[in-house]
Design a protein around this ligand. Sequence first.
Ligand code: ADP
Ligand code: MG
Ligand code: MG
Length: 906
Amino acid sequence: MDKKRVYTFGNGQAEGKAEMKNLLGGKGANLAEMNLIGVPVPPGFTITTEVCSEYYELGRDKVVDLLKEDVEKSVAKVEALMKSKFGDVENPLLVSVRSGARASMPGMMDTILNLGLNDEVVEGLTRKTGNARFAWDSYRRFVQMYGDVVLGMKPTNKEDIDPFEAIIEEVKESKGVKLDNELEVEDLKVLVKKFKEAVKKQTGHDFPTCAYEQLWGAICAVFDSWMNERAILYRKMEGIPAEWGTAVSVQAMVFGNMGETSATGVCFSRDAGTGEDLFNGEYLINAQGEDVVAGIRTPQQITKIGSQRWAELAGIPEDVRAAKYPSMEEAMPEIYKELDEIQTRLENHYRDMQDMEFTVQEGKLWFLQTRNGKRTGAAMVKIAMDLLRQGMIDEKTALKRVEPNKLDELLHPVFDKAALKNAKVIAKGLPASPGAATGQIVFFADDAAKWHADGHKVVMVRIETSPEDLAGMAVAQGILTARGGMTSHAAVVARGMGKCCVSGAGALSIDYKSRTLEVGGVTLKEGDYISINGSTGEVYEGKVATRAAELSGDFADLMALADKYTRMKVRTNADTPHDAEVARKFGAIGIGLCRTEHMFFEGEKIKAMREMILAENEEGRKIALAKILPYQKADFKGIFKAMEGCPVTVRLLDPPLHEFVPHDEKGQQEMADAMGVSFKHIQQRVEALHEQNPMLGHRGCRLGNTYPEITRMQTRAILGAALELKKEGVETFPEIMVPLTGLLPEFKEQENVIREEAAALFAEMGDSIDYKVGTMIEIPRAALTAERIAQGAEFFSFGTNDLTQMTFGYSRDDVASFLPIYLEKKILQVDPFQVLDQNGVGQLVRMATEKGRSVRPDLKCGICGEHGGEPSSVKFCHRVGLNYVSCSPFRVPIARLAAAQAAIEE
Ligand code: ADP
Ligand code: MG
Ligand code: MG
């Protein structure tokens, strides 16, 4: 039998179900499921995502042939249920054609409503409903959507305006009205006529009148939209593969634009911004489809409490609010009750926060969509923990519900309370997506990208945003819009991205031409600083100071829960006491990598260091090193103290020497003076230190092996600090790490130096301390011969930055010239310096761990590259059996959660 390409749903029955997301797309699967659980949904059918792939393989004509019979049969089913006929003049069935991928891609794919209309059918619809305004309003919307999406009339360039919008503006202006719904029937007729003229003029063809021709055009356009620029960009950002494809759902229309007892809206079973367990949403009376989201009119709130909060933010008095902007709860209490009942049912059914779309047609409620709602990081944590407490999900599910990377948002700064008091509020909008953002104003997405590339922090300010603005929103600190509600494009996308957003700040008057923004007598230009508070909706002039976030409340509970299931530990990479303290607050249980090079760079230290490097002989070097020792010891004391009671892995000096010497004449002269040698001498030494390929040059343990006195000094500083702290009653666990080992003897040499110096120091001090000597595994040879290296080393720490560099043979410093192209061409799926290459570099990690433990079963293994804070890499480390990952302080909670998830997934 040929495979099934079309799945029908309607009247409480469905061929599909929620589990079939991969095949039917999220929207199609949930439309089916809603039917099965008795939610009122207009009947329709879904064409599978597999057909999308066939479409790109076989081409349009073949696919239409393949589908024809099934689609016609399915249309007939819908006709029977709706007691009307597709293409019929007197009793027409109208449909929507909707896209839907596995993962929801808001605003990405284009939907066409009211399909099936033409000049005769619109008259028939008028006769059937007795509502000419409705019929013509539907028709003009259809011609516009079809023209934009199917006939390609939508301008690709953002500066050009949509030809249909231009016509609407023109007609509105000639009538002296502001809003679409103020247009009369005659005006709507004019719109349709002009729209069709525009189509003819631009495409050279008449607007299609045959219902089936329209339908096939729309279905294919949905498939085409899978490859449009916005969709590609969104997939890239979200890591969605192109192979998934989109499904197409064709569904009987229900109409929210039939008058005062009709409406359309969107709602959430919980607050997507804060996570609060409060049903909320927005609706518009006598409107259709995306009107609420598009910010055409100010939408009203669904619940009374939501309405009151909204009015308070907007500064609208209660009596005005109740009269002018009543909530649905007040204006349509019966429908509201049903809506509330169904949203509760859906949330209970899916056991997660739902994002729903509905339409009310002449007093009857229909659901058009439900999905697990996008949410901010904060909401994600709160909702997971609330659902757990409410007994809807278990602990493991709660842990799995939080995307580790989303925690990043909770770790970012918030506005400093004191600074906020003095900040000048210039406007107030809706708290669309929480957080604090300060940056320079830009008005266009490409400017945002450009400024960002130049190192500026920007806040993107728009009248309203559209999918074309995605790239700009992605790089902005925050987004501010003058129009649009809590469910506007800006708000939804910002919440998805975890970006701070204030929407609908109506007092702003934005002029794109002059690139200025005027509000309450203040004029701000492009480049001026502005600050926005996504948690309150406040907009401030200038910069407002921010402060660090804290791990508390639900976030802390979640982390505690993570620890309950985790096997692998999380340490941090920290070179200063401050970083160590931050990481500890975030739950790090030690330092996996303490780099020592920066300790040589500041002030007096760099001079002594330069003296050491430029010295003629060992004697000279020793004198210089003696000057550095006390500084180093003090640095280590600070770090050990901050990590009291926890292990700290200190890496011996690693970078090539030439990085330390002055390359400018002034600096060289200074050194000559300080050391009492000639300028020429210094110049020659600097030249001699120059390397063709410093990454593969005189660095790591090669330094320690050629200048053992450096290793000696560092050993003294590390263990000396630990001994002094021991006296003060502070417990330390120093681990000395030899960098860049490739051969057992080069490790052994260093180990001997360390142990000798330690013994000497302990004898001098009359006291001792436990310490370990281990190595970094960052050269492929070390991984390949790990069973030899482990004879000496007491621990392995995988330096996956260098290991990646040397396994791929990509210079970390030079990848920018080809990596973007490799990613573009899909030669590489991801940047291996960000996401551990499990098949290559990862195999070295696995092999070295196994080999190492074969000779030293208790060998402690960890990873300390950038990958230590990247969730998929962390999970890999768990599977390989590492003891810990080490990452930058702000990634610690992310790694902790990822480690717990890895343990649960096992
Ligand atoms: P998106 O994925 O962008 O949300 P949708 O397919 O959900 O696109 O449709 C866009 C809008 O049109 C939504 O508000 C939806 O509720 C509405 N809509 C879609 N199909 C119908 C229909 N058959 N009847 C009424 N409204 C519809
Ligand atoms: Mg949409
Ligand atoms: Mg939708």
